[in-house]
Design a protein around this ligand. Structure first.
Ligand code: ZN
Length: 294
């Protein structure tokens, strides 16, 4: 499942390619036909990412509203300039934006797009999301209220998140994945930030000190901002990079250089001990028994 950095990248990208544009929305697959009809003719006024949730704020049109997307395990988004390709597969939502075009390439009726509109056509296809729905402002507020602190948002409240973690008997490896406590952190960031903190993922939240939490939070902010910039998760310090250590780069479909995630049985990059794996709260977890004593 994509972690928060991917969703924040998507939000910024969608704003860059469709922000200010009036859209034509369709649901080639047919499962979002009514919602698409409400979006057609509206202008994408802003985008927002909160944890693993993507929001498009639309103004005008027949309904407008807030498009809420959660990619879940299988969702994908693709986009490109110009005319969209012929629909292939199960496209839940297709957006085509531009100042004076419609999905079939004919001139659009109605007023031109507002300031900031893209001057070229751009399309976007959403496939297989866990959620694709229109929300009211109140419903979007309720969604935000359900989510915990997102390290990539300026309005994040790490104090409340830390308080909940430090009152809990649940293991840290599970608490960091709880989206109502920390939003946007997935298995890779949770696993890696605990390695970098030298804390075993099985450690109960209530054993974490306030100082340890502050450092974990600051590290999440740093690591996830790097993830947004690079579009992949890198957590390895300079001295442990392949070129510094004279080792082969990590070969994994997830990409990025990491310390322990999916490295079970391999030597720890810091101490050489064998990286361990286990299941914690029904999720695979990885740690170094030496660097992260339980
Ligand atoms: Zn180690």
């Amino acid at each position: 499942m994509p972690e928060g950095h991917t969703i924040h990248r998507l939000a910024a990208h969608h704003d860059a390619v469709l922000g200010g544009a009036r859209v034509v929305a369709t649901s080639p697959q047919g499962r979002f036909t009514a919602g698409a009809a409400r979006l057609t003719g509206a202008t994408l006024a802003a985008t927002e990412a909160y944890g693993k949730h993507l929001l498009h704020h639309y103004r005008g049109g027949p309904g407008g509203g807030i498009l809420h997307v959660h990619l879940g395990l299988y969702g994908t988004v693709a986009d490109g300039p110009g005319q969209p390709p012929a629909p292939v597969g199960q496209i839940r939502l297709r957006l085509v934006g531009g100042p004076a075009v419609t999905a079939d390439g004919s001139p659009a009726s109605g007023p031109p797009a507002t300031a900031g509109a893209t001057d070229r056509q751009h399309w976007l296809d959403l496939r297989g999301p866990a959620a694709c729905e229109l929300l009211t402002e109140a419903e979007a507020d309720a969604l935000r209220d359900r989510l915990g602190a997102d390290p990539l948002r300026d309005d994040a409240d790490p104090h409340t998140a830390g308080g909940r973690i430090r009152r809990s008997a649940r293991p840290l490896g599970a608490l960091l994945l709880d989206q109502t406590i920390v939003a946007g952190v997935g298995l890779v960031y949770a696993t890696e930030v605990l390695f970098r903190a030298g804390i075993a993922p099985s450690t109960p939240g209530r054993r974490l000190t306030a100082d340890q939490w502050q450092r974990i939070w600051a590290d999440l902010v740093t690591l996830m901002r790097i993830g947004v910039r690079r579009g992949r998760i890198d957590t390895v310090r300079d001295e442990h990079l392949p070129e510094a250590m004279g080792r082969a780069p990590r070969n994994d479909r997830h990409g990025g250089e990491v310390y322990v995630y999916r490295r079970a049985g391999q030597p720890c990059l810091c101490c050489g001990a064998t990286v361990a794996a286990g299941v914690l709260a029904a999720r695979n977890t990885y740690w170094c028994p030496t660097c992260q004593p339980g």
